[in-house]
Design a protein around this ligand. Structure first.
Ligand code: SF4
Length: 211
């Protein structure tokens, strides 16, 4: 399978934020979000056997692994990778861009399901039935760039009624939407969601991969 990069850092964008985590970033993405900060993952990468990936992740000595992208589910081998990581005793997170069904993802995985808001220009590409599949072990993550996005999120939450079943994270686009402003909107509305900052960026800066 084609792997863009493997590195260890602090998990920054989910309910697991703050934990040391090994990231396996797979190459390729079917979306083109306006704020994309990982465009290098569209094409950059090397073909690596599954066994080699395991050899690379094990020496970190970290039990939490995130399979991400790009869009990791574009490569059918990602399912085998996830299964193997679970067999090896890793706790596995899968961050997916919301455009592909997560129905066949192993139930032991915590899915971080991105739902793209209007300012990404990709909200019409979302596979919304995924919202029926998530549970408390998963996160639904909205990245917001504007007040319009916030109103859209509230509408989606109301229409799809998944607030009680899963964790909902609202993440402001770094450098675009003031987190303090988003926090005020959330408090005013008493919204059933958690403010999520891109922790790794606040610690290490915008462009750094790993620590
Ligand atoms: S889904 Fe992720 S990798 Fe793909 S374009 Fe959007 S932000 Fe970039």
């Amino acid at each position: 399978m084609k792997v863009c990069e493997i590195f260890a850092s602090i998990q920054g964008e989910s309910s697991f934020a703050g934990y040391p985590c090994v990231f396996v970033r797979l190459t390729g993405c079917n979306l083109r979000c306006s704020y994309c900060d990982t465009a290098y993952a569209y094409n950059e990468g090397t073909d690596i056997e599954l066994s080699e990936i395991l050899e690379k992740v094990k020496p970190y000595g970290i039990k939490l692994i995130e399979v991400t992208g790009g869009e990791p589910l574009l490569q059918k081998e990602s399912y085998g990778l996830i299964e193997r990581l679970l067999e090896e005793g890793f706790q596995v997170l899968l961050e997916t861009n919301g455009s592909i069904s997560v129905e066949n993802v192993d139930q032991r995985v915590s899915v971080i399901l991105d739902i793209k808001t209007p300012s990404s220009s990709m909200s019409n590409r979302m596979f919304m039935k995924n919202l029926d599949l998530v549970s408390k072990k998963d996160d639904v993550k909205f990245v917001l760039g504007s007040r319009e996005d916030y109103e859209w999120v509230k509408d989606v939450m109301e229409k799809h009624g998944f607030s009680e079943r899963t964790n909902i994270l609202l993440s402001p686009v770094f450098g675009s939407l003031d987190p303090a402003m988003l926090a005020r909107w959330m408090v005013k509305d008493g919204i059933q969601a958690r403010l999520n900052l891109q922790l790794h960026r606040y610690i290490f800066g915008s462009n750094r991969r790993g620590v």
